[in-house]
Write a protein that binds this ligand. Structure first.
Ligand code: ADP
Length: 976
C-alpha cells in the first residue's frame, strides 16, 4: 500500500450522507405536498361551485313554495262565502269585503286587489300603491275554469296571481292580486355579503342582494329545476356571483399548513441523516487512518474497529494483507539493494569496455582512412560480396573508379555489372559465375568500365573466393585496379611498334628492290670489266680497269651483305637443304683465296681432315658465304704470316653431323673489349684500320646469323698483334642413298657448286657454256625441255621474267575483285610458264591457285596460296635476274649520242634494238625510245608509238615485227 496516498479530508463522507439523505427526504416531501395541494385546490373549488348551485336551487324551491302558498291562500279566500255573497248580493260588499281584503293582503306583500264580475267589470278595487288596472287579457285569464297560472307584469315589478269565483257551478267573477315581487324575494333570499343573488326575468334583474365582489369572481347562472313548473312558466332565472378570494382563502391556509409540516419533516430528516452519516462514516474513517498508519510503519494494529459488523471483517482482511505486503516490500527492498550493487559493478565494467571500444574505433577509423588513401593513390578499389546474405560492399575508391559519388547508392552485383562496358559484361559475368560455381579459389580478368560520365576505363579485376567446409562459396573479395594510363601507354607503344615494323618492312622492301636494281648493273660492270681486262690494254687502262673491277666486286659484296642482313632481320632468309660436295667447296675456296693471299705474300692453307665425308646436305651457298667472309677478313687484317682454314666433325649421329670450321690468322688481332661486340651489326675496329681496310661492319653480323640459321654458333679468340682465330659450327644432313635422290638433280648441282658472286657472272657462264645451279629452278628439267639449247633456255627464262614478273600482283588484284575466271586463266598461264623453265614449286603453287579459283575455295585460303606462289615467283625471278643479268647488250642506252639525224647512228640503234628484242631484253625499251627523234612524220610517229605500246606489254615478237616495218619506213634496210 502506498503510504503517500493523498489524505481524504475528514467529514466528507458524513456530509455526503446528510446531503443525499436530506435532499431525498426533502424532494419526497415537496412532491407529496405538491400533489396534496393540487388535490385540495381542485376539491375546494368543486365544492364551492356545488354549494353555490345548492344555494340557488334552495332559493328556487323557496320561491316556488311561497308562490304555491300564496295561490293556496288565494283559493281559500275565493271559497270564502263571504266573498261570494258579497259579490252576488253586492250590498254589503263594500263594507265587509274591504275588510276581508285588507286582512287577506296584510303580511303577504299584496299591494293591489282586484275583484271583477263575470263579464270583467270591476267590483272592488283596493290598492296601496298605484298598480295599473289589470288589462283585459289578465282578466280573461282569471275568469277561466282552470286554475290560472301566476304572471309577472310587463314592468317586472309585480307578481300577478288570479283565481275565479264560482257559485252554483258558474263563474261569478274572479280575483286578481298584485304581489310586490321584490319585497317577497327580500324575505326569502338570504342576506350574505360574500355571495350576490340576483333573480332575473330574461336578462332583466328583478331583484338582487348587496355583496362586495371584485372583478376576480365566479359567476353561476341557474334555471329553475324541472320540478318547478311555476318558475319555469314564469321564465325566471337566478344568477349567483362570488369573489374568488372567498374560495381561495381556505386553500391558502391548508397549503401553508402543509408547507410548515414539510419543513419540519426535512429538518428532522437532516438531523437523522447527520446522525446516520456519522454512525457509518466514523468507523470507515478510522479504518482508513489505521490502514494508512499500518502501511507506513507496518506495526500499527488495524483491528478492532469496534463495529462488530462487516467492517470489522474488512479490517481483519486489511490487516492480513498489509502484513503480507509489508513482508513482500521488505524482500523487494533487499533485492533492489542486491541488484543495485550488481548494476553498479556492471556499469563500471561497461564503462571500461566503452573506453576500449572507442579506442579501437579511433584506431580502426585511422586504418580505414589510410586504406582509402592507399587505394586512392593506387587507383585500386576493393569490394566484398557476402553470398548467403547477398550483401555487397564497395570501397570509396571503387565508387570513384565507377565514376560515382562515394556511397551515393547501395552497392550490388547488378549495379557493378551495369557499370561494366556492354561488350565486356557477359564475359565478366561468365568468368565470375564459372569461378564461383566451380571450385576455383581465385580469378582475374581485364575489362572496361563505363563511368557515370560515359568515359570508358580499363580495369584489372582480381578476386578471391572463400568457401566453407563443404566447398560452398560464402564470400568473394576482390579488387579493381584502374589500368587506363598503363593501357594507354601500351596502346601508344603498340602503335609505335606497328609504325616501326611498318617502317622496317618498307625499308626492307626498299632494300630488296634497291639491291635488285643495283645488282643488275653491278653484274654488268663486273662482267664487262672482266671481259675488258682480257683484251689488249695499255698499262694505265689495265690499272684503271683492275681498280674498277675490284671496287665493283667490293660494292656488290657489300650490297649482298646488306641485302642478306635485311633478309635475316626480317626473317625472310631461308636456308636450303640440298646436297653438296664439301671437298669441292673447300677446293673452290682454296683456289679463290690463295690468289688473294698470294697478292699479300701470305701463306694460305685449307686443312680438311682426311676422314671427312664429302657428300652432305645443307646450304652450300650460305656456308661458302660465311667461309669467304671470315677468310677475307683474315687476309684483310693480316700483313704477314699465314691464314689457315681447317674443318673437322664436332658431333655426329645417324642422320646429321656438326662440322666445326676454324680460320686462324697471324694478323693484327683484336683487343678483348672488341671481341664481345664484333658480331653485332655495324661494329668495326678502330677508325684507322677501318679507313685502311674499308668494310661495312656487317660481315660478321651476317655470318653469325647465317651460322645460327644453319644450327650452329660462332666464336672468336684473338690477341692484338699476334692474331685471331674464328671458330664456327654448322649442322649438316647426311646424304640419302644414291638411288633415292631425285633424278639427275645432284649431278647438275655439282656442275658448278653454286652461283658465285665473283666468278660466276653471266659472262663467265656464257663463256663456259654451262648453267649455274638456280635455287627454285630445276635447270636440268628445263634444259631438257629446250632440247639442251642453253641459249633458247635463257631466252625463254627472260621471256618468263618479262611476262610473269607482275603475275602475283595481278592475281592479287583479281582475287580482291573476285574475278575468278580471269584469276584462273592467269594462274594457268603462270603454271605453264613456270613448268617450262623448270620452276616446279612455282608451277605447283600456281596450279593450286588455278584449282582454288575454279573451286571458289574462298578468298582467305586463296590469299595464302597466293602468298606461297608469290614467294616462289620472287625467288625464281631473283634467281633468274641474278643468273642472267642484262649484260649481253653491246651498247648501253647511255651510249646513244644525243645528236639526232645521224643515219649511221640510226642504223646502229636499229641493229641494237633488233638484237635486244630478239633476246627479249628489257633494255630494248630504252633503245626504242632513243629512236624517237627519227619518227618525224605522222606515220613513222604512229609506228614508233605502236612499238612502245607493245613493249609496255612485253610483246617483243610483235615489237620486232613493227621495228622491221618502221626501219623500212625511215629508209633503213636491216640485214637479216
Ligand atoms: P668489315 O666489313 O668492316 O670487315 P666485319 O663484321 O667483317 O666488318 O668485321 C668487323 C671488324 O672486326 C673489322 O672492322 C675488324 O676490326 C675486326 N676483325 C674482323 N676479323 C678480324 C681479324 N681476322 N683480325 C683482326 N680484326 C678483325
Amino acid at each position: 500500500m502506498n503510504p503517500q496516498a493523498p489524505s481524504v479530508p475528514h467529514g466528507r463522507l458524513r456530509r455526503r450522507y446528510i446531503l443525499q439523505f436530506s435532499s431525498f427526504v426533502g424532494a419526497a416531501l415537496v412532491l407529496v405536498l405538491g400533489l396534496l395541494q393540487a388535490d385540495m385546490v381542485h376539491s375546494l373549488r368543486a365544492r364551492s361551485v356545488t354549494s353555490l348551485e345548492a344555494r340557488g336551487l334552495e332559493l328556487f324551491e323557496r320561491v316556488e313554495t311561497r308562490i304555491g302558498f300564496l295561490r293556496q291562500n288565494l283559493e281559500q279566500f275565493a271559497r270564502n262565502p263571504l266573498v261570494i255573497n258579497a259579490l252576488v248580493e253586492g250590498t254589503s260588499r263594500d263594507a265587509h269585503l274591504a275588510q276581508l281584503v285588507r286582512n287577506f293582503a296584510s303580511g303577504r306583500h299584496i299591494v293591489a286587489f282586484f275583484l271583477v264580475n263575470f263579464d270583467g267589470a270591476p267590483l272592488l278595487l283596493q290598492r296601496e300603491e298605484a298598480p295599473p288596472n289589470p288589462d283585459p287579457a289578465v282578466i280573461r285569464h282569471a275568469l277561466s275554469w282552470t286554475r290560472p297560472a301566476p304572471l309577472i307584469d310587463p314592468g317586472g315589478r309585480y307578481l300577478i296571481l288570479s283565481h275565479p269565483l264560482e257559485s252554483h257551478h258558474a263563474i261569478q267573477g274572479a280575483m286578481i292580486v298584485h304581489v310586490d315581487f321584490a319585497g317577497l324575494l327580500s324575505e326569502i333570499v338570504p342576506g350574505d355579503r360574500s355571495v350576490r343573488h340576483a333573480v332575473l326575468l330574461g336578462d332583466r334583474v328583478l331583484y338582487q342582494t348587496q355583496a362586495t365582489i371584485s372583478t376576480d369572481r365566479i359567476e353561476l347562472t341557474l334555471s329553475p329545476p324541472p320540478g318547478s313548473a311555476i318558475l319555469t312558466r314564469l321564465g325566471l332565472r337566478q344568477r349567483l356571483t362570488v369573489d374568488k378570494s372567498v374560495l381561495r382563502a381556505p386553500i391558502y391556509e391548508s397549503i401553508a399548513n402543509a408547507t410548515l409540516l414539510g419543513l419540519a419533516l426535512v429538518i428532522v430528516s437532516m438531523l437523522l441523516a447527520f446522525r446516520l452519516g456519522a454512525k457509518t462514516a466514523d468507523p470507515i474513517l478510522m479504518l482508513c487512518r489505521r490502514v494508512r498508519l499500518a502501511t507506513e510503519d507496518g506495526t500499527t494494529a488495524i483491528t478492532p474497529v469496534g463495529t462488530g459488523d462487516e467492517l470489522e471483517e474488512l479490517a481483519a482482511i486489511f490487516e492480513e494483507r498489509t502484513r503480507a505486503l509489508w513482508a513482500i516490500r521488505m524482500e523487494l527492498e533487499n533485492r533492489v539493494l542486491e541488484r543495485t550493487e550488481t548494476l553498479e559493478r556492471l556499469n563500471s565494467e561497461l564503462e571500461k569496455e566503452v573506453l576500449e571500444r572507442t579506442r579501437v574505433e579511433v584506431e580502426t577509423r585511422r586504418h580505414l582512412e589510410l586504406l582509402d588513401q592507399a587505394q586512392r593513390i593506387a587507383h585500386l578499389g576493393s569490394w566484398e560480396w557476402d553470398l548467403p546474405a547477398g550483401m555487397v560492399q564497395w570501397s570509396t575508391e571503387l565508387f570513384r573508379i565507377l565514376g560515382l559519388r562515394p556511397h551515393a547508392l547501395l552497392p550490388s552485383h547488378k549495379r557493378f555489372l551495369a557499370a561494366v562496358h556492354v561488350d565486356d559484361r557477359k564475359r565478366v559475368n561468365d568468368v565470375m559465375e564459372t569461378a564461383i560455381r566451380g571450385d576455383a579459389l581465385e580469378f582475374e580478368q581485364e575489362f572496361r568500365i563505363v563511368g557515370a560520365d560515359g568515359q570508358a576505363r580499363f580495369v584489372f579485376g582480381n578476386a578471391r573466393i572463400d568457401r566453407d567446409d563443404k566447398g560452398e562459396p560464402v564470400r568473394v573479395t576482390g579488387t579493381v585496379l584502374d589500368i587506363t594510363p598503363r593501357k594507354m601507354l601500351e596502346d601508344e607503344l603498340r602503335r609505335a611498334k606497328e609504325q616501326a615494323e611498318e617502317a622496317s618492312r618498307i625499308k626492307g622492301e626498299f632494300l630488296a628492290n634497291m639491291s635488285h636494281e643495283i645488282r643488275t648493273p653491278m653484274n654488268a660492270i663486273i662482267g664487262f670489266s672482266h671481259l675488258c681486262l682480257r683484251t689488249a690494254l695499255t698499262t694505265r687502262q689495265r690499272d684503271y680497269l683492275q681498280k674498277l673491277y675490284l671496287s665493283a666486286n667490293g660494292m656488290l659484296r657489300m650490297i649482298n651483305d646488306i641485302l642478306d642482313f635485311s633478309d635475316i632481320e626480317e626473317g625472310k632468309l631461308q636456308i636450303e637443304r640440298i646436297g653438296f660436295d664439301l671437298e669441292e667447296l673447300l677446293v673452290g675456296l682454296d683456289s679463290l683465296m690463295s690468289v688473294k693471299a698470294m697478292e699479300k705474300s701470305l701463306a694460305f692453307k685449307v686443312e680438311p681432315r682426311v676422314e671427312l665425308p664429302l657428300q652432305l646436305v645443307g646450304d652450300a651457298v650460305r656456308l661458302r658465304q660465311v667461309l669467304l667472309n671470315l677468310t677475307n677478313n683474315a687476309i684483310k687484317f693480316t700483313d704477314q704470316g699465314e691464314v689457315v682454314v681447317s674443318v673437322e666433325v664436332a658431333e655426329e649421329d645417324a642422320s646429321e653431323m656438326m662440322l666445326r670450321f676454324a680460320i686462324r690468322d697471324t694478323g693484327i688481332g683484336m683487343p678483348p673489349e672488341q671481341l664481345s661486340i664484333i658480331f653485332d651489326k655495324f661494329q668495326q675496329g678502330d677508325a684507322s684500320s677501318t679507313r685502311r681496310h674499308g668494310g661495312t661492319g656487317l660481315g660478321l653480323a651476317v655470318s653469325r646469323s647465317l651460322v645460327e640459321l644453319m644450327g650452329g654458333s660462332v666464336g672468336v679468340e684473338s690477341t692484338p698483334g699476334v692474331g685471331s682465330r674464328f671458330v664456327f659450327t654448322v649442322r649438316c644432313g647426311k646424304p640419302l642413298p644414291v638411288e633415292t635422290l631425285p633424278d639427275g638433280e645432284d649431278s647438275l648441282l655439282l656442275c658448278d657448286g653454286s652461283m658465285s658472286t665473283e666468278e660466276g657472272t653471266a659472262a663467265e657462264v656464257e663463256a663456259r657454256g654451262t648453267l649455274p645451279t638456280l635455287p627454285g629452278i630445276n635447270t636440268r628439267a628445263g634444259l631438257r625441255g629446250m632440247g639442251g639449247d642453253v641459249t633458247l633456255y635463257r631466252r625463254v627464262m627472260n621471256k618468263f621474267v618479262i611476262t610473269q614478273s607482275d603475275a602475283a600482283r595481278l592475281m592479287g588484284s583479281l582475287l580482291e575483285a573476285r574475278e575468278w575466271l580471269e584469276l584462273e586463266r592467269v594462274a594457268h598461264t603462270l603454271k605453264g610458264g613456270a613448268a617450262t623453265i623448270g620452276a616446279m614449286d612455282l608451277s605447283h603453287a600456281a596450279l593450286q591457285i588455278e584449282h582454288g579459283a575454279r573451286d571458289r575455295i574462298g578468298r582467305k585460303s586463296l590469299r595464302q596460296l597466293l602468298s606461297v606462289a608469290e614467294r616462289h615467283l620472287e625467288k625464281v625471278l631473283l634467281t633468274i635476274g641474278a643468273a642472267f643479268p642484262e649484260p649481253r647488250r653491246e651498247t648501253k642506252p647511255g651510249d646513244i649520242p644525243d645528236r639526232a639525224f645521224d643515219p649511221a647512228e640510226l642504223v646502229a640503234l636499229l641493229a641494237q634494238a633488233r638484237e635486244l628484242l630478239r633476246n627479249f631484253d628489257v633494255s630494248s625499251e630504252a633503245v626504242i625510245r632513243a629512236l624517237e627523234p627519227w619518227a618525224r612524220d605522222k606515220e613513222s610517229r604512229e609506228g614508233w608509238q605502236g612499238m612502245i605500246r607493245h613493249l609496255e606489254v612485253y610483246d617483243y615478237d610483235k615489237c620486232l615485227e613493227l621495228l622491221s616495218q618502221w626501219a623500212a619506213r625511215v629508209g633503213v634496210t636491216l640485214e637479216p
